[in-house]
Design a protein around this ligand. Structure first.
Ligand SMILES: [Zn+2]
Length: 196
């Protein structure tokens, strides 16, 4: 149970279940789990990979609700010139960590979120099948915020407890021809030390 006020509170109703479900160290996570951009993992799939991304909407701008709208399938294509190209994309991530460190879960990690696209890791294609996707609100051009590292480390530890020690890769590692995120500002050494 948490009384944490999240930026999204008030825009969308939190479910009673989301407010009351325990989530280990992630007590302040807003669990929506209702992105329309999800489906079942293939039967018998073992979750083995954590994929780190960055996203900002519009690119380079932070703090708005546009990412939330994108993952919820309701981004207004007319709200910004950039949105016309992305509003129809059926994408999601299991988690979003905003600049203030707040955490939103859009898809239960037992389900398949649509974050990786064409990708491969250690010889296996379609990383969405076996991975958990975390988006950091950010870009390739600016450092991530301190609270984001703290939340990410807590989230990773929680997921390692639940799924065992997952591989961790950037989107650019699993789709190197298409993707650059999380980009040069993501401090892998810091992250690895925090979850060691
Ligand atoms: Zn990405």
């Amino acid at each position: 149970m948490t009384n944490h006020r999240h930026p999204c509170v008030g825009r969308d109703p939190e479910t009673e279940a989301a407010r009351n479900a325990p989530l280990g160290p992630l007590g302040s996570c807003l669990r929506r789990n209702d992105s329309p951009h999800q489906d079942d993992r293939p039967p018998g799939t073992k979750v083995s990979l954590l994929v780190i991304h960055n996203i900002s909407l519009p690119p380079g701008e932070y703090g708005g609700d546009w990412i939330d709208d994108l993952f919820m399938g309701r981004l207004d294509p007319a709200a910004h010139p950039y949105f016309a190209d992305v509003a129809g994309m059926k994408v999601s991530a299991h988690y979003l960590i905003r600049r203030d460190g707040s955490l939103i879960q859009y898809v239960d990690p037992e389900k398949r979120a649509w974050h990786a696209g064409a990708s491969s890791w250690k010889g296996s294609e379609r990383c969405n099948d076996f991975s958990i996707g975390v988006e950091l609100e950010g870009s390739d051009d600016v450092p991530f915020a301190e609270p984001q590292y703290e939340t990410l480390a807590g989230l990773a530890k929680f997921l390692f407890q639940r799924y065992g020690r997952l591989d961790v890769a950037g989107h650019s590692d699993i789709a190197p021809d298409r993707k650059t995120d999380p980009g040069p500002w993501f401090d892998w050494e810091r992250f690895r030390a925090a979850v060691a």
